[in-house]
Design a protein around this ligand. Structure first.
Ligand SMILES: Cc1ncc(COP(=O)(O)O)c(C=O)c1O
Length: 219
């Protein structure tokens, strides 16, 4: 999608040691005069990592020095959350960045409505207006059935969201230690979402395999 917009995607690698999170130093180094957009997802697919308020604050300080950079935060896993502190997002923690932040969310994860194609976002009026213009002229659109269903999901009793969160947490608490106990597997706890992201470098060494694809092909 970035290439479709004639831009160049720059992926900043993270590691298990940094909790699969972008550090302020990495962000500062990655931003160049050509940078137009920072896209960040927390809790993250596929690592489950999420930024704390103080981490957002530090990233926000870097971004404050680059007023041309637009920010997109994908908060779709907001409701699948069990970290000690409540969920937070950049625009909330750094109000100075609010005017250039597009906050993305949807019902796919919170209300198990993947496939209903209902996402939504808030951001600068000119960007949201342009998005509506493009979408209004394309054949891709959320169906009226999906819209009604999403409305019912958001206005109805939210008990099922908390119940599913508890269930996701139960699965997480069982699954992560079980995975991490496997020989050569390293897996950190997630703050939220429903992913387990395993580093298998040691397992590859032990098994004499070249890469993760070879590992997946083991029978
Ligand atoms: C980070 C992230 N954002 C957005 C989505 C969008 O979900 P959907 O297209 O079902 O609304 C997903 C789904 O996997 C996701 O993982």
């Amino acid at each position: 999608m970035v290439r479709l917009a004639d831009a160049t995607p720059v992926i900043v690698d993270t590691s298990i040691e940094s909790g699969y999170k972008l550090t302020p130093e990495q962000l500062a180094t990655a931003i160049t005069p050509a940078t137009r957009l920072l896209l960040i997802n927390s809790p993250c697919n596929p690592t489950g990592a999420a930024y704390s308020r103080s981490e957002w604050q530090q990233l926000g300080e870097v971004l404050a020095a680059h007023p041309r950079v637009l920010i997109g935060t994908d908060d779709i896993y907001e409701k699948i959350w069990w970290a000690d502190e409540p969920f937070s997002t950049l625009a909330d923690v750094c109000p100075a960045l609010y005017e250039r932040t597009v906050t993305i969310n949807g019902v796919s994860k919170s209300h198990a409505m993947t496939g209903w194609r209902i996402g939504y976002c808030g951001g600068p009026a000119e960007i949201i207006t342009a998005m509506a213009t493009i979408q209004g002229q394309s054949t891709s659109n959320p169906s009226s059935v999906s819209q009604r269903a999403a409305l019912a999901a958001l206005r109805g009793d939210q008990g099922c969201v908390a119940a599913m969160n508890a269930e996701y947490r139960r699965r997480h608490d069982f699954f992560i230690p079980a995975l991490a106990a496997l020989p050569g597997f390293e897996c950190r706890r997630a703050e939220g979402s429903f992913y387990a992201f395993v580093r298998i470098s040691r397992a590859l060494q032990q098994l004499g395999l070249p890469d993760d694809q070879a590992f997946s092909a083991l029978s």
